[in-house]
Design a protein around this ligand. Structure first.
Ligand SMILES: C[S@@+](CC[C@H](N)C(=O)[O-])C[C@H]1O[C@@H](n2cnc3c(N)ncnc32)[C@H](O)[C@@H]1O
Length: 378
């Protein structure tokens, strides 16, 4: 297929601008940022590249059609009019999932079965099949998403969400999503040769994502994608994308990344995750309470997702920890500090107003990302 396709990189609320920046950095144009997604036009070869490289997006979907529908008839006819045969072969398997918000067509099971029927009719006619379609071939998950009567018909090219990099063999109670961790790091001006520390590293997500960014390793390098055997994406497009990822990885980039945590068990988990990510001994892991953190170098970056103290009884201890961190970092003005927490008193506990704040959701928890810019020394 030589013509362009329209792709949708979905994103968590508040992360869209990061995804848009990444899409533009891959060289694609006509990039539109909408709520929860970034829409862009690109050649088919962008499907492998976007899946391999996007660090902050949840999934990459292929847009098949976008139209208004107020009745089941309209939904059926407009779905049937779309060129499904360009994307699904005679043997292709295509389950339909759906969602509907604030729309006349609110019954999701009905919308799903109407879309399924319309695609089946279209493909049977195009392929001259009189009986049933066998659906024994490549897997395509079609989604019908209706919002205020606007229908979006897409096919998921990713499979499992892009946060599943393939390295998480273990986790703690509240792991940060890899996509959010990457966004937290991309907010900073950290260069890979500068010290980088997460003193509440848990299963190591922030430190591992920093190492992948630092060495320019494609986050999807270790996993598979559901569109890998779609007929209209040539295997050479996939091979080229993986080769490009290999060529652009800078395994010689020295890193100075440390993850520490009060829990010995979490450090063991973080170590296994880093091993699985192929990072070997690149990250230094240490069992340590934050109170004992004392940087040895200048111009470092501390990026962390500490406990929020939302559980009953935890709050005083957590607030004490925020105070301790503020006192420690006062002696290291060349360090930049970035803290994600839902605790609205963070700045007063830490003892300093943030240079900048940004609202972000950590799953369903409303948080602020407090950013303190260091005064770099030569
Ligand atoms: C929200 S979790 C961090 C999760 C991590 N970002 C991840 O992706 O797995 C907070 C971590 O802080 C650690 N912690 C709690 N109190 C601490 C302290 N006083 N010093 C250092 N770490 C502490 C906990 O063991 C826990 O792993």
């Amino acid at each position: 297929m030589t013509q362009k396709v329209t792709l949708i990189a979905t994103a968590a609320m508040g992360i869209e601008a990061f995804v848009a920046r990444e899409v533009k950095a891959l060289g694609y144009e006509n990039v539109q940022t909408e709520n929860g997604r970034v829409v862009f036009e690109a050649p088919v070869s962008a499907i492998p590249r976007a899946n391999l490289w996007l660090r902050t997006a949840d999934r990459v979907k292929l847009l098949v059609g976008r139209f208004k529908a107020y009745s089941f008839d309209e939904l059926f006819e407009q779905t049937k009019a779309l060129p499904w045969e360009e994307f699904i072969t005679e043997e292709g398997e295509f389950p339909v999932v759906g969602k509907s918000v604030k729309s006349k067509l609110y019954s999701v099971p009905d919308c799903q079965s109407i879309v399924k029927k319309a695609v089946v009719e279209r493909l049977k006619k195009k392929y001259g099949v009189a009986s049933i379609l066998k659906e024994t071939g490549a897997f395509h998950r079609i989604e019908v998403a209706i919002h205020k009567d606007e229908v979006l018909l897409t096919m998921d090219t990713s499979g499992s969400g892009l946060h599943k990099r393939g390295y998480r063999v273990g986790q703690g109670e509240a792991p940060l999503k890899e996509t959010l961790a990457a966004a937290l790091i991309q907010t900073t001006n950290w260069y890979p040769d500068q010290p980088f520390v997460d003193p509440f590293c848990g299963s190591g997500t922030i430190a591992i994502e920093a190492a992948l960014i630092g060495q320019n390793i494609a986050p999807g390098f270790n996993r598979e994608f559901s569109s890998e055997n779609w007929h209209f994406i040539s295997s050479s497009d996939w091979e080229r994308a993986f080769e490009e990822a290999e060529d652009h990885a800078n395994y010689d980039q020295p890193l100075d990344i440390t993850g520490s945590d009060i829990s010995h068990d979490m450090i063991q988990i973080a170590k296994s995750n880093a091993m699985e990510a192929g990072l070997g001994d690149l990250i230094q892991w240490k069992q340590m309470q934050v109170k004992d953190f004392h940087p040895k170098k200048d111009n470092g970056y501390l990026v962390a997702n500490p406990p929020y103290g939302e559980r009953m009884g935890d709050k005083p201890e957590v607030e004490e920890m925020y105070r301790d961190l503020g006192v420690i970092m006062r002696d290291y003005p060349s360090w930049s500090v970035y803290i994600l927490t839902s605790n609205e008193s963070f700045e007063s506990l830490y003892g300093k107003e943030a240079t900048k704040k940004r609202k972000l959701f950590n799953g369903f928890i409303k948080t602020d990302y407090y950013q303190y810019f260091g005064k770099h020394v030569k």
